[in-house]
Design a protein around this ligand. Structure first.
Ligand code: NAP
Ligand code: MG
Length: 478
């Protein structure tokens, strides 16, 4: 068969200006860190240093929380329709600067440009549009109740969807009249710092949004600051538990969006070619750095061999490489630490006796890369069927009946999402009733919409983001 290759189609980076050194965004201004400390942020696809980023210390957190507190009264008091105008302005500025945001997101995080351009950035803007619409309609969101803001919100987010997670956190908080201090992940601070410029551009009053950069310690200092009224955290279950313990008895409100180990369940009557696309999207989208990734594939036994062979054939056509290339399907792993974690768990999978398949592809010389990987012959007790790998690694299990599929799908401490592939509508509803997951996708996977709530059960966390439900964690109802 002739093999057609794609010519390189790299997106130009000249739309982005990366400064050598950044400041913190506190009280509406870019300020040098009082800590005096900086760390380097890199491009994970090349390991090139992009910029020096402040490592915010206790005094910086103090200043940021104070700025948010100072702004809280006036921000809560302005007419809701006027508050909405700021959110609409932010949303429009994000749209205007969409290409810049997408290129920067890809440079700093390693995700393919076609994902940052077509998914992350447009969805982030859509979140601001959506919550701008709610700002003056809270009486309809909570009929007969009075919805008051909580005050100062500490928000800590991970590196897999840096700008999108920022939007999920900031948009509902502002719409309901809160002020925020947000800490982006250590490895992906750049779009949050560009967002700070956008707040400035939108004329947002000083102190309503503050951005403090740093690592885990900065995050811990922020969530534990006594001046904070509400904590919203997205990240690992381990850190989520730590935060929950440290906040116990403090009276602070808390919402947690944590890890997942989703089952993507394919029945024999499903449209198999579509299902294969859904499986690929489910686990290889964003290199599998997705909390709701379909990392456990449950195939009905009668079709298992066929689906696995279709899947392997499809994997051989995925293009891995330069994330800035518009044809790239699989970009770079976000960090060396994450790559090490993936390699470790894949090693465990092999040791435990699962059968490894990796798509034939050349890995670039520099940067952090891992080929699309599928494990067959996985049993439920294998660590690769239990633990979140957070990388492009799929574990395949089989089942015979609906009951067995439900049993296996729910056999995890997590409960964030699930997928069901079948031709039968009644079976979709039957399954959705029984799957213990915050989101159940039917004949699709990894679909997001600002109007649709997202969140977990069990160790995947509590509280919802998106939709009318996403307002609730940010209001006190009286
Ligand atoms: P992580 O280590 O929990 O980090 C998340 C954020 O918390 C980062 O900003 C991190 O800073 C910060 N942090 C670390 N230790 C902290 C502490 N003791 N107190 C306060 N903040 C702290 O998670 P990650 O490794 O970056 O992200 C991957 C995990 O997040 C996966 O398990 C994934 O499932 C989960 N996730 C869940 C969702 C969801 O919506 N449910 C979405 C995305 C990711 P550093 O960057 O310096 O570590
Ligand atoms: Mg971490």
């Amino acid at each position: 068969m002739p093999r057609w290759d794609y010519a390189p189609a790299p997106e130009a980076t000249d739309i982005v200006t990366v400064k050598d050194t950044y400041g913190l965004f506190i009280g509406g201004e870019e300020v040098e860190p009082l800590s005096g400390d900086y760390f380097k942020t890199i491009n994970p696809a090349t390991e090139e240093v992009l910029a020096a980023i402040p490592e915010a210390g206790l005094e910086d957190i103090e200043a940021a929380v104070a700025a948010a507190r100072k702004a809280a009264g006036t921000w809560a008091a302005i007419a809701p329709a006027d508050r909405a105008k700021y959110l609409f302005r932010i949303a429009r500025a994000m749209q205007e600067r969409q290409r810049e945001l997408a290129v920067l997101e890809t440079m700093n995080g390693g995700k393919p440009i076609k994902e940052s351009r077509d998914i992350d950035v447009p969805l982030a803007g859509a979140h601001f549009f959506y919550y701008a619409g709610w700002a003056d309609k809270l009486e309809f969101a909570f009929p007969g109740r009075n919805a008051e803001p909580l005050g100062v919100c500490a928000q800590v987010i991970p590196w897999n969807f840096p700008l999108l997670m920022l939007a999920w956190k900031i948009a509902p908080a502002l719409a309901t009249g809160n002020t925020v201090v947000l800490k982006p992940a250590e490895t992906t601070p750049l779009t949050a710092l560009l967002f700070a410029q956008i707040c400035h551009q939108a004329g947002l009053p000083a102190g309503v949004v503050n951005i403090v950069t740093g690592a885990g310690e900065t995050g811990a200092a922020l969530v534990n600051h006594p001046g904070v009224d509400k904590v919203a955290f997205t990240g690992s279950t381990e850190v989520g538990k730590q935060i929950q313990r440290s906040l116990a008895g403090s009276g602070k409100h808390l919402s947690l969006e944590l890890g997942g180990k989703a089952a993507n369940i394919v029945f024999a009557d499903a449209p198999l070619d579509q299902a294969v696309e859904g499986i690929v999207n489910g686990i290889f989208f964003n290199q599998g750095h997705v909390c709701c990734a379909g990392s456990r594939l449950l195939l009905q036994e009668s079709i298992a061999t066929r689906v696995v062979s279709k899947l392997k054939r499809r994997l051989s056509t995925l293009r891995l490489g330069d994330p800035l290339d518009k044809n790239t399907d699989i970009g770079a792993i976000n960090s060396r630490a994450q790559l090490d974690k993936i390699k470790e768990l894949v090693g465990v999978g092999v040791d435990e006796g699962a059968e490894l398949y990796q798509a034939p592809c050349e890995l670039p010389e520099h940067g952090f890369w891992f080929p699309p990987t599928v494990f067959t012959g996985v049993s439920q007790s294998h660590r690769i069927a239990q633990e979140e790998i957070f990388g492009p690694v799929l574990s395949v299990l089989t089942f015979r009946t609906e009951d067995e599929a439900v049993e296996k799908a729910n056999n995890t401490p997590y409960g964030l999402s699930a997928g069901v592939w079948t031709d039968k509508g009644s079976r979709i509803l039957w399954m959705a009733d029984r799957l213990k997951a915050g989101v159940v996708w039917a004949n699709t996977f990894n679909r997001f919409d600002p109007a649709s709530p997202f969140g977990g059960f069990k160790e995947s966390g509590f509280g919802r983001e998106g939709g009318r439900h996403g307002l609730e964690p940010y209001v006190r109802l009286t």
